[in-house]
Design a protein around this ligand. Structure first.
Ligand SMILES: Nc1ncnc2c1ncn2[C@@H]1O[C@H](COP(=O)(O)OP(=O)(O)OP(=O)(O)O)[C@@H](O)[C@H]1O
Length: 241
């Protein structure tokens, strides 16, 4: 990032990894338009584990997609590590997402014909990690989530928890600053879900990663540092724990 025009000028906000201001997202136009986010503000510092909660349809995934530069706001800004995402070209935004963020989806979204190792290695190729360091980084990430012994298995040969741990390994292998997870425990039984949460907790505690996840899961509230509650597209409660 060398284009200083995209850097935020406010020195006092320097420490926040993520600063969301006046974020609005409307889908459609005219009388059929759906206003899904109507002015969301939040500020998240490095090394925090953060939950976005709210009932179904409150706008959690929409907000996560905007933070992850998968979508563009109708109004407002997402400032990621000093860079206003909507001020960038599509390519520059994609580069930031691939190299500085990691994404985990509810449905794991693994390539079915690739082993766990190949899934992780392939994602690093996409993230532009040099060939010489991919193998070691993939093994390290798989080891971190406790999956090294099963790394040659393909998704259909793994349990749901193992698939989700593969998805986490894939999302962290390139050492992103920010990990975004959309309902990471939704498809899992409660015990497996707790295991996944402890992996996320450790990533924050031991690696200093910043994690933002959407959830309906009450167990998640037990382990997070901050909770933002969304209702009808606005934050109705923000709690630092
Ligand atoms: N591309 C789109 N076009 C039109 N409406 C959309 C689009 N994406 C989301 N919405 C609407 O925005 C609202 C919020 O959706 P969103 O997925 O952000 O909610 P959520 O809080 O994540 O819900 P859930 O907990 O069920 O996943 C919903 O009413 C949804 O129908």
């Amino acid at each position: 990032m060398t284009n200083s025009a995209h850097y935020a000028s406010d020195e006092s906000e320097e420490h926040a990894l993520l600063q969301v201001e006046g974020l609005k997202r409307t889908f459609g136009r005219g009388s059929g338009a759906a206003v899904v986010l109507q002015g969301v503000n939040l500020s998240i510092n490095r090394g925090r584990l953060v939950a976005l909660k709210g009932r179904s349809g409150s706008g959690k995934t929409t907000l996560l997609n905007l933070i992850g530069a998968l979508d563009s706001p109708t109004e407002g800004t997402v400032n990621f590590d000093g860079v206003i995402l909507s001020g960038l070209s599509d390519k520059a935004r994609g580069d930031i997402r691939r190299t500085q963020m990691g994404l985990i989806f509810q449905s794991f979204a693994l390539f079915p014909l690739m082993s766990a190792y190949e899934n992780v290695e392939f994602a690093m190729r996409i993230a532009g990690v040099p060939a010489g360091s991919r193998k070691e980084a993939a093994l390290q990430a798989l080891d971190y989530v406790g999956l090294k012994p099963r790394m040659h298995h393909r998704p259909f040969e793994m349990s749901g928890g193992e698939q989700q741990r593969t998805a986490i390994a894939r999302a962290i292998a390139h050492k992103p600053k920010l990990l975004l997870a959309d309902e990471p425990t939704a498809e899992l039984d409660s015990r497996t879900g707790l295991h996944i949460l402890s992996v996320l907790r450790n990533l924050v505690r031991e690696e200093g990663m910043t994690v933002v996840m959407t959830t309906h899961d009450p167990a998640i509230m037990e382990i997070v540092d901050e909770v933002y509650e969304l209702e009808d597209g606005t934050i109705v409660e923000a709690a630092k724990i």
